[in-house]
Design a protein around this ligand. Structure first.
Ligand code: UD1
Ligand code: UDP
Length: 365
C-alpha cells in the first residue's frame, strides 16, 4: 500500500489539509494518508481547536518545534521531519501554503527524492521583505506537483519556467473547508458570546510583521480601530504575535469598550463572525479569500496582495496601511457602498477531490 503524508504547522494550514484528508478517504484501498504537525503553532486556540472544528484526525506525528527565529524554526522542522520520513518512508508528501513549515518540509522531502506537492502554489506578492514570499518562491522552485488556486498563479509559474504538466489549476482547498463548515457556523453562539448583532460590527485580524512588529504602526492601527468603534462595534480576535506586542508596548490602555479585543477563536466561530460582519479589516492571506467566497466586503491593509483574484473578482480592496486610507475605505463600506464580487473559478468546494484524483494517478505512474 502506498503512503501519503501531509504537513500542517500553523493556523492557516489546517483548513487547507482537512478537506484533502476527507477526499483521500475515497482512495483508502490504494493509499494511506497521515498528517504530520510540526508544532509551529502550539497554543490551543491556534492549533488544537481546528482538529475538532474541521473533523480532522489527530496527527500521526507531532514535532513540537514551537517558536524561534526563522533559521531556528526552519532547521528544527527539517530535522524533525527528516526523522519522520525515515520512519514512515512515504511515497508522496504534500505541503500547503507559505509558512516556515511549508518550505522546511518541502526541502527535506525533495532532497530525499520523495515526490512532493505544493498546494497553493504560484501566488506572488513580489515583495521579498515578506517571509512568506521567500517561502513561496523556494517551495515552488523544488516541488514536483503544483496545485493552484487562481489564474495569476498559473501565469507566474509558467513565467518562472515550470512545465505546464506540473501545474494543476484545481481551485481552493481553503474554500472547500469553508463551504463544508458553513452549515455548522449557523449554530455558533459567538455573536451573542461577544455581544454583537448581525451586520453591525467590523471584524478585524492583524498579524503581518509589517503591521504589528513596529510600535508606531501598531499604535496607529489601534487608534484607527478605536475611532471606528465610535460608530460601530469592532471585534478583534488577536493573533499571539500581535498580543505580545500590544502587551510589551502597553498599547491596550484606554481603548473604548466597543473595541472588543478577544482571544483567537475556533474556525467555525470565526466563519460565523466573518459571515455576519459588515466588513472585515485584515492583513491575513486566507481571510481575503474567505471573504470573497462569502461575499463579505474586505479591506486588506497591505501594500501588496499575492491573491489578486480577490480584488479583481471578489470583495477585497487593497489599501495602504495608513490611518487615512483605512479610515476612508472602511467608512465607504459602512456608508453602504461595499464592493460586490463573484466567487472565482473552481472555488466550488471540490478542489480537494481534484487534488486527490490527480495524486491517485501519480501514485500509479
Ligand atoms: C506564521 C506564518 C505566517 C502566517 C501566520 C498565520 C511564517 C514565517 N509565518 O506567522 O505566514 O500568516 O503564521 O497565523 O511561517 N506564538 C504564540 N503561540 C503560538 C504561535 C505563535 O504565542 O501558538 C507567538 C510567539 O511569540 C511567536 C510569534 O507568535 O514568536 C510568531 O509566531 P510564528 O509562527 O513565528 O509566526 P506567525 O506570526 O504566527
Ligand atoms: N481564523 C480562525 N480564527 C481566528 C482568526 C482566523 O479560525 O481567530 C482562520 C481564518 O478563517 C482562516 C485562517 O484562520 O481560515 C487564516 O489564518 P491566518 O490569518 O492566521 O493566516 P494567513 O492566511 O494570513 O497565512
Amino acid at each position: 500500500m502506498k503512503r501519503v503524508i501531509s504537513v500542517v504547522g500553523a493556523r492557516p494550514n489546517f483548513m487547507k489539509v482537512a478537506p484533502i484528508h476527507r477526499a483521500f478517504l475515497a482512495y483508502a484501498g490504494a493509499f494511506t494518508h497521515d498528517i504530520v504537525h510540526t508544532g509551529q503553532h502550539y497554543d490551543a486556540r491556534m492549533s488544537d481547536a481546528f482538529f475538532s472544528d474541521l473533523d480532522m484526525p489527530q496527527p500521526t506525528w507531532f514535532l513540537g518545534v514551537g517558536s524561534g527565529s526563522h533559521a531556528e524554526q526552519t532547521a528544527k522542522v527539517m530535522t524533525g521531519f527528516d526523522d519522520v520520513l525515515t520512519k514512515a518512508n512515504p511515497d508522496y508528501v504534500i505541503v500547503v501554503g507559505d509558512v516556515n513549515s511549508t518550505i522546511a518540509c518541502a526541502l527535506t522531502s525533495v532532497k530525499r527524492g520523495i515526490r512532493t506537492a505544493h498546494v497553493e502554489a504560484g501566488l506572488r506578492s513580489f515583495d521579498r521583505s515578506m517571509p512568506e514570499e521567500i517561502n513561496r518562491l523556494a517551495t515552488d522552485a523544488i516541488c514536483d506537483d503544483l496545485f493552484v488556486t487562481e489564474d495569476s498563479a498559473v501565469r507566474h509559474l509558467l513565467s518562472e519556467g515550470h512545465s505546464a504538466s506540473s501545474i494543476h489549476f484545481v481551485g481552493n482547498t481553503m474554500i472547500d473547508s469553508l463551504l463544508w463548515a458553513l452549515p455548522a457556523s449557523e449554530s455558533s453562539t459567538i455573536l451573542s458570546d461577544v455581544g454583537v448583532q448581525e451586520k453591525s460590527y467590523v471584524l478585524v485580524t492583524l498579524h503581518r510583521p509589517s503591521n504589528v512588529d513596529h510600535r508606531d504602526q501598531l499604535a496607529m492601527l489601534l487608534g484607527v480601530l478605536a475611532e471606528i468603534s465610535k460608530s460601530c462595534d469592532v471585534v478583534f480576535p488577536i493573533h499571539p504575535r500581535t498580543r505580545k506586542h500590544i502587551m510589551d508596548w502597553n498599547l491596550a490602555q484606554n481603548l473604548p469598550q466597543n473595541l472588543r479585543l478577544i482571544e483567537p477563536v475556533g474556525y467555525v466561530d470565526f466563519l460565523a463572525l466573518m459571515n455576519n460582519a459588515q466588513l472585515v479589516l485584515t492583513d491575513s492571506g486566507g481571510i481575503q479569500e474567505e471573504t470573497t467566497a462569502l461575499g463579505i466586503p474586505c479591506v486588506t491593509a497591505r501594500t501588496t496582495t499575492e491573491r489578486p483574484v480577490t480584488v479583481e473578482q471578489g470583495t477585497n480592496v487593497l489599501v495602504q496601511p495608513t490611518a487615512a486610507e483605512i479610515r476612508s475605505a472602511v467608512q465607504q463600506i459602512l456608508d453602504g457602498s461595499g464592493k460586490h464580487g463573484n466567487r472565482p473559478d473552481l472555488w466550488d468546494g471540490r478542489a480537494s477531490d481534484r487534488i486527490a484524483a490527480i495524486i491517485a494517478d501519480k501514485l500509479t505512474e
